[in-house]
Design a protein around this ligand. Structure first.
Ligand code: THU
Length: 142
């Protein structure tokens, strides 16, 4: 069933709330992410930067960790929210993080403070990707 505008509004609100708690003193680029899992529960995260720059984590990673901790295992839809004139799409590493728990058709929404700017599928952002099935096929000798 396609998500209703109300589902999207709930995701947007959760991402906006999370973004307000970002720890981004170095880039000053606060990001919030929110996802809906297979139970319909919403999990959110924000970016958490570190004085040792590469140690910082993205908002998507926080939202995924929250989902796993709560018992969710599938991402049905995810929204990423940041400011600026460009599109805030998940970084390459986060596309792969999402890939672990999502399907090729899973919607990924790129939002600004005013609302969703553009929606993609996971497959559009990470085509021909490597995932859990690849390892399983290898283990089964397929
Ligand atoms: N960032 C995210 O949290 N998610 C994205 O999708 C893009 C980038 C963060 C990482 C870093 O803290 C800041 O935005 C600037 O790159």
């Amino acid at each position: 069933m396609p998500p209703s505008p109300l589902d999207l509004a709930a995701l947007f609100d959760a991402a906006a709330g999370a973004r307000g708690r970002a720890h981004a003193p170095y880039s000053r680029f606060a990001v919030g992410a929110a996802l809906r899992d297979e139970h319909g529960a919403i999990h959110a995260g924000c970016n958490v930067e570190n004085a040792a720059y590469p140690v910082g984590t993205c908002a998507e990673a926080g939202a995924i960790a929250a989902m796993i901790l709560a018992g969710g295992r599938r991402i049905r839809e995810i929204l990423v929210l940041g400011d600026g004139s460009g599109l805030v799409t998940p970084c390459g590493a986060c596309r792969q993080r999402i890939r672990e728990f999502a399907a090729p058709a899973t919607p990924i929404h790129a939002a600004g403070p005013e609302g969703v700017r553009r929606s993609f599928t996971l497959d559009a952002l990470l085509p021909d990707s490597f995932g859990p099935e690849t390892l399983v096929q290898e283990m089964l000798g397929d």
